[in-house]
Design a binder for this molecule. Sequence first.
Ligand code: PHE
Length: 387
Amino acid sequence: MIKRLFVVFSVLVVASLLLTACGGGAAAQKEVKIAILAPLSGAVPTFGVSTRDGSLLAIDEWNAKGGVLGMKIVPVVADSQCEADPAVNAANKVIDQDQVGYIIGEVCSKASIPLSEVVNAKNVVQISPTSTNSSVTLNADGSVKPYTFRACFIDPFQGTVGAKFAMNDLQAKTAFVLFDQGNDYVRGLAEAFEAAFTEAGGEIVGKETYTSQDTDFSAILAKVSEAKPDVVYLPDYYNIVNLAMAQAKEKGITAPFIGGDGWDSSDLDRAAADGGYFTNHYSEQDTRPIVQSWLKTYGEKYKDAEGKAIVPDALATLAYDATNLMIAAIEKAGANDPVKVKDALAGLKWEGVSGTITFDANHNPIKSAVILQVKDGKVTYVTTVAP
Ligand code: PHE
């Protein structure tokens, strides 16, 4: 027995000596960098904080198990502000200066689309955890961008889920659509909702636009009051939703508002948004064991100012899934080489917290959506809709 142990021990010593010897070589890599590009400042900072924290947690877990392919994973966090230029600048910085070959980001479609141009020109792998606009992974001619993937469903699906919910569950026959023409995500989702709603026999009784700079929505809300729609579709981020829905309540508009994943924030004004519904990627009320253990792990690591466990939102969850996907693809590729990692990623199957992820030809996972309701200060799970 003792002899056997000694043999095992000697083998280990020799193996580790060999590894150290290789490690001393010029070509050996001790670490692999992964950049996280997220809106830590700007209009939607809760998106950035959640994304960063979800991603860092995945990296910590891999490092605790020895990293990937023997390399330590080093995160490089950059603030991309949910805007095109800051996202492009952050991408150029992490690629050119930090020599990063892998990017998790951005959150917002209008930042992820220009970011995808940079990564595909520079052969860097991108996984957007949460950007849902179709154009994130597709070129204008419909071809797929080889280095860009996402961990979430896309807006043609999300808009259809919202429209069907309005018609089938809320018995809506008419809808009014409010949207920001200058935001790829908001415009795309509004179009998808309208197409699905009319195709199913509903009528769009009004459509009004605003800009991301607007703070006074009274003129367009007056039109909503006049049109008396059964539902109002407002697929924007929480900052706009907070303003517009508070003003709608003041105006006495009682038709339920419906939105998309952009409503998901700890800073959503739950009083203003009361009675509203939104489509999302995940609910913490999901009873699957993988979700429950995720809540526990996240809550143990991240606490609020009073020391209370923070409940991960969809952004944190998808950032965690996207980061795990990236690292699993590096492992599967067997090399710290973005060219090989993008190929490994295309064929990967990953059991994520937000669902099982495999990519279709357009680098989109096929996943279910959940519908959540804002009621009495809480966000409550209503139902799950499969593709
Ligand atoms: N889907 C949004 C976009 O593409 C981003 C988002 C995802 C926001 C999930 C909140 C939650 O811009």
